[in-house]
Write a protein that binds this ligand. Structure first.
Ligand code: DHE
Length: 533
């Protein structure tokens, strides 16, 4: 890997020009100068798993972008004590606290040149995991309804548990790479699943065979993936490097790596990528420039996209005699950087959250411009928004990461029709077409062990569940028929609690290790209005 060698050179030269710092018992582990002794420690103890260039091998990349949310003291503890349920061993018998702090200073020092992950790197990473099936199973290896399976992510020890959604019993517990984040994505027929880790590893999984099939790495710090509604393409959104990566969904061969930069050339991280089935396109939220990108996924990019009122490329004369190009980028300029999107049912409009505190912006994808602004409080978590019909209007509701409030908006007028006060900020909201209730957690603050049950007609909180006092309770998902709700007790010694969705009576508790998200195959592939997509 030539770029890794180059990076080691840059890393060494950067360290060499920096004055070594006096070691002291009080030295902090915040970023700062790094000396050659620390680089030697890194090479001796870390490089085999984390790579000479700190870009990750079997262990994750050790660069600041990877640890934006971690405190230096936590990283020191990870080095000295190891990380439970990962391959990260405890180094306290080999390293002093000062040495661990020096290593954390190195880890938190940016690389002099932004690391790259090229299409060749993607290709080379493609591999068959050791526990993979030789081929997809010709029929389900279980008797359960394949469309009523749940894939439950257990963050505690990096597993995905597949549950029979009728009996609510585990079928298999699949080991995954560390730090799986975001929803499990399914092929349109529910036959295959894909998931992605924060350090860019995508797994293709055989839902009938209950075995992994293939893996590929698409980046160093990946945000999420989306699957085209024909099931043929996966698009991955990266924060590092600043790229979108299109893959053949079946073979995980890279089709294209797209550098992401604004019209003026400013490189941008991608916040998230979404599939917009009626538009046959992917829509990407960019983190550093005020643009939204739309990329049609069809093979003949000059053919009109089905469902588009105007073919913007034909209208703008953009097509001309240009050669056919896969995944051409349509840039939609917006007034502010928008990340975290909610889409209306037809995917004509999206509501994007502006982090520059002027609330939500409604962008019409047909005409390609902002058509409304919505004064939303705090930091709405639009990706977790849900929709339903209320009093003859189509409404959507979004939880809020900063304030104890759920905003309810009319999606025709984009005006606020309700504001539900909760016990604190929350992460996730869930419902189902057949349920009168929506479930909202209170992820942050002292009431994190409570989950509100909201009547979708009156917008009132009709019950507050507290399945395990003192323990975080969050993220619900309904069974295919909407009759039961599964809720996580989000702790290492956690559980999945099953409730009757109408009576709210607890039916069952399945012990699990920090269960986070759970994804019902049917609800996901049918784009249920009560779940995120
Ligand atoms: Fe997530 C989904 C971004 C922190 C658990 N989160 C997503 C998605 C995005 C996102 C873009 C949609 C992915 C998809 O399914 O396609 N998450 C972010 C952030 O920007 C944020 C706030 C900061 C960050 O670290 O990136 C963040 N998320 C977290 C957590 O701290 C959570 C609670 C624990 C974790 O796993 O790191 C967390 N995010 C989740 C879960 C989903 C998710 C469980 C899937 C929700 C769903 O029901 O679809």
């Amino acid at each position: 890997m030539p770029h890794v060698v180059a990076l080691v050179g840059l890393l060494l030269s950067a360290a060499g020009t920096t004055a070594p710092r006096q070691a002291s018992a009080a030295a902090s582990a915040t970023p700062g100068p790094v000396d050659h002794a620390t680089l030697t420690l890194y090479r001796t103890h870390c490089a085999a798993c984390h790579g000479e260039g700190r870009l990750g091998v079997t262990g994750p990349a050790l660069i600041p972008e990877q640890f934006e949310r971690a405190k230096p003291a936590q990283l020191v503890t990870s080095i000295l004590d190891g990380r439970p349920a990962t391959q990260m061993a405890a180094f306290k018998d080999r390293l002093s606290r000062q040495q661990a702090e020096a290593l954390v200073r190195l880890i938190l020092t940016p690389l002099p040149v932004a690391p790259s992950f090229t299409i060749d790197d993607v290709k080379k990473s493609r591999a068959v995991p050791p526990d993979a099936a030789a081929a997809p199973a010709p029929k389900p290896v279980f008797a359960a309804d394949p469309l009523n399976l749940f894939f439950v992510v257990e963050l505690g020890d990096h597993h995905v548990t597949v549950l029979d959604g009728d009996k609510l019993e585990p079928l298999v517990r699949q080991k995954t790479r560390a730090a799986l984040h975001g929803g499990i994505k399914y092929s349109p027929d529910g036959r295959f699943a894909w998931w992605v880790t924060r350090d860019g590893w995508i797994t293709r999984y055989d839902v009938w065979g209950l075995k992994p099939l293939l893996e590929v790495r698409v980046g160093i710090n990946t945000r999420n993936i989306a699957v085209s509604s024909d099931g043929k393409v996966i698009m991955a959104a990266n924060a590092l490097p600043r790229t979108l990566v299109a893959l053949d969904a079946a073979t995980l061969e890279p089709l294209k790596v797209i550098d992401v930069a604004g019209k003026d050339g400013t490189p941008s991280r991608v916040s998230a990528v979404y599939a917009a089935p009626p538009r046959s396109s992917f829509v990407a939220a960019l983190k550093d420039v005020p643009e939204i990108w739309e990329l049609p996924w069809g093979e003949d990019e000059r053919a009109p996209v089905e469902g588009l009122v105007h073919d913007y490329r034909r209208d703008s004369g953009e097509l001309g005699d240009a050669p056919r190009e896969r995944f051409p980028v349509r840039r939609i300029g917006v007034d502010a950087v928008l990340d975290d999107f909610f889409f209306d049912a037809k995917y004509d409009n999206l509501l994007g959250a502006s982090r520059s505190s002027d609330g939500g912006h409604v962008v019409n994808l047909v005409v390609g411009r902002t058509v409304a602004k919505v004064p939303l409080a705090g930091m709405p978590h639009l990706g977790a928004g849900i929709a339903w019909d209320r009093n003859g209007a189509r409404v959507m509701a979004t939880p809020n990461l900063k304030e104890g409030v759920i905003s309810v908006l009319d999606t025709a007028t984009w005006t606020e029709v309700g504001r539900i006060k909760t016990l604190g900020p929350g992460f996730f909201l869930r419902s189902h077409e057949r349920s009168r209730y929506a479930f909202a957690d209170v992820f942050f603050g002292p009431d994190k062990d409570k989950v509100h049950v909201i009547d979708k007609a009156t917008l009132e909180i009709v019950a507050t569940l507290q399945p395990a006092p003192g323990k975080t309770a969050a993220h619900t998902e309904f069974t295919k028929d909407g009759s039961k709700v599964l809720l996580s007790i989000w702790e290492d010694d956690g559980a999945l609690v099953v409730y009757d969705a109408a009576t709210l009576k607890e039916l069952k508790r399945l012990p699990m290790k920090k269960p986070s998200g759970k994804y019902n195959v049917f609800n996901k592939i049918k784009f249920s209005e009560g779940t995120s997509h």
